[in-house]
Write a protein that binds this ligand. Structure first.
Ligand SMILES: Nc1ncnc2c1ncn2[C@@H]1O[C@H](COP(=O)(O)OP(=O)(O)O)[C@@H](O)[C@H]1O
Ligand SMILES: [Mg+2]
Length: 380
């Protein structure tokens, strides 16, 4: 028997390590079933991949075929087409007999590379060798619809790390191509999700961009404490250890309910505890320090290339100042430079996803980064 891991952080989680998200699951399921396109945006490690996996596992597979791909590694438009075509061919092949008939027209122009392995576990990174000489973008994009139509089956294509498309050369043109092909698909719908709130917003929330109002937009929120309570308590119990309710509340509060950090902090506490033990308040500060230091290398990397002014703006936010940066008092207290300088600072930090703006207020994206930053640069 495989031991289930008590707490998991950093990778997508499944049933035993999955909690909450009931509303979101329902909504996505409904979208998938009725062929509505979905867009899912949140900072990294909020649980997008976990949620889509969860939805896919709990759908009735007879009704539709799910094709999932992660395009994090795709740097160009055609790398994307290759990844898409491989995913579609591989993941529909096992479900639909005689798929080759549908795909033959498509594949015939690709010389020898075609030994694509059909087992679903092997890497998706295989390239088919699709180039502008072999296929037009439209042919690649429409292939899935052709297969779905001929087989009379609904297909949902889930594309993870979709923000990557925003980095392609001529991105607006590429986006226009994707959108105009996809909006004519009736058997195929799309679930597009990714991190980098800034880039995803640029693609989906900007009126002048092709993907504006492409589908049902879901901005994934943190997981509320009530959804963590039983989950954390039960996972401690399963390991023969205990955690009081008010400590669970503290765990959630310290990391501001950021999903991967809730799991990470819980994991540290669990590991420190002897068999049969109960978490106490005193253990919290040690565990928080460990949480911060485990992530320090990443945080260092994030601030390494920041200018002094950019650091100062983060200092202001970490000190609890979320607006009013144009006031002279604030500007001089934190040395933020001129008001026009400030706009540039803000935009640069938003672009890096270190901060975000909500109702004209600025906040840090990552609460534990904030704890680290405070310790390191404010009380140093
Ligand atoms: N529904 C959930 N239940 C429990 N933990 C979750 C959930 N969603 C996310 N997490 C935590 O966040 C981590 C990252 O999840 P992931 O799905 O990879 O996020 P994303 O795709 O947004 O980067 C997981 O390893 C887990 O610790
Ligand atoms: Mg993910």
């Amino acid at each position: 028997m495989v031991m289930e891991k008590s707490f998991v952080y950093g990778i997508a989680v499944t049933d035993y390590n999955f909690t909450g998200r009931e509303e979101e699951t329902k909504r996505l399921k409904a979208n998938f079933t009725s062929g509505i396109n979905s867009i899912l945006i949140s900072p990294r490690r909020y649980g997008k991949t976990s949620l889509v996996d969860h939805v896919c596992r709990h759908l009735n597979n007879d009704d539709m075929i799910i094709v999932k791909l992660d395009i994090f590694g795709c740097k160009t438009e055609y790398e994307f087409y290759n990844a898409l075509a491989v995913a579609v061919l591989k993941q529909t092949a096992t479900k639909i007999q005689l798929w080759m008939d549908e795909a033959r027209d498509f594949l015939v122009r690709l010389t020898p590379k075609i030994g694509i392995p059909l087992d679903p576990v092997s890497e998706i990174s295989v390239s088919l060798g699709i180039t502008p000489e072999t296929h037009s973008p439209e042919e690649v994009l429409n292939m899935v619809e052709v297969i779905a139509k001929r087989k009379n089956r609904r297909i949902v294509v889930c594309i993870d790390e979709f923000q990557q498309v925003g980095e392609f050369e001529n991105t607006k043109q590429v986006q226009a191509r994707l959108r105009s092909a996809w909006q004519h698909h009736h058997y195929t719908s799309y679930c597009l999700y990714g991190s980098k709130r800034h880039m995803m917003s640029k693609i989906f929330l900007n009126r002048s961009m092709p993907f504006y109002q492409f589908g049902d937009l879901l901005q994934l929120q943190k997981i509320p404490t009530r959804d963590w309570m039983d989950y954390i308590i039960n996972h401690f119990e399963a390991a023969g250890k205990h955690v009081p309710e008010q400590i669970v509340e503290r765990i959630c509060e310290v990391v501001d309910n950021y999903p991967s950090y809730v799991q990470h902090l819980s994991s540290i506490l669990l590991n420190h505890l002897p068999q049969g033990g109960t978490v106490t308040d005193d253990m919290m500060s040690v565990a928080i320090s460990e949480l911060i230091s485990t992530n320090e290398a990443l945080y260092m990397q994030q601030v390494e290339s920041l200018s002094a002014y950019q650091m100062n703006l983060i200092k202001a936010i970490v000190s609890g100042i979320h607006s009013g940066y144009n006031e002279k008092r604030v500007r001089s207290m934190f040395d933020l430079g001129s008001p026009s300088n400030l706009v540039r600072l803000r935009d640069a930090l938003i672009e890096r996803d270190l901060i975000f703006s909500e109702m004209r207020q600025l906040y840090l994206t990552d609460p534990v980064f904030g704890l680290w930053f405070k310790r390191r640069f404010l009380y140093a």
